[in-house]
Design a protein around this ligand. Structure first.
Ligand code: XMP
Ligand code: MG
Length: 179
């Protein structure tokens, strides 16, 4: 285990099993369609890569880049788009894939933008859900795990852009971000 991680919340094996089950559910629900899988970079990169390989359907892949955390802070900052929003999902069946649904600000913004493009359908898959922190009215169609309010890293999730490559989800030691 990494020295900055307090404890492991979900092991590689637990993540793999849950992602497999989510993929199966999505495959059933989207049967006969060709969804566009929309990865919200960068946190969702690892989850999207694993999830899409559990969905045995024709599909396309798009990504958008957003950032809501200031460097070195575990409190959300201003939401910034780090690239222009160039994805066109008009008449498409859209599956937005995100690492974590926290306050909901990020995904409310994204789902609202996408909804304006008149997609055929619009669904949301998140690996982690922290409902205790929600400040906007949003819920996901597919949730990997519901978690308490702890700052987690690994499997794509970062602190100050680090720890994304950990193969598990771990809780960061408070000493790492409170110094
Ligand atoms: P909101 O608050 O808009 O934020 O729902 C969602 C985004 O915030 C990041 N986030 C986290 N990142 N560990 C992280 O590494 C966490 O515990 C955490 N909580 C929120 C994440 O980028 C997500 O897209
Ligand atoms: Mg993110």
């Amino acid at each position: 285990m990494h020295k900055d991680v307090d404890y492991i919340m979900f092991t590689k094996e637990q993540l793999q099993a849950r992602v497999h089950a989510l993929g199966a559910a999505i495959e059933t629900d989207f049967a006969g369609k060709c969804p566009v899988i929309l990865c919200i970079m960068k946190g969702s990169l690892v989850f999207t890569a694993d999830l899409m390989r559990e969905i045995n359907l024709p599909c396309t892949l798009e990504s958008i880049s957003l950032s809501s955390y200031r460097s070195m802070a575990t409190r959300p900052g201003e939401l910034t788009m780090t690239q222009p929003f160039e994805v066109d999902v008009t008449d498409r069946d859209v599956l937005v894939v995100e690492d974590i649904l926290d306050t909901g600000k990020t995904l409310s913004f994204v789902m609202n933008l996408l909804g304006k493009q008149a997609p055929a359908s619009l669904k949301l898959a998140v690996l982690l859900d922290k409902p205790s922190r929600r400040i906007t009215d949003i819920s996901a169609d597919y949730v990997g795990f519901t978690i308490p309010d702890a700052f987690v890293v690994g499997y794509g999730l970062d602190f100050d852009q680090k720890y994304r490559n950990l193969p598990y989800i771990g809780v960061l030691k408070p000493s790492v971000y409170s110094v």
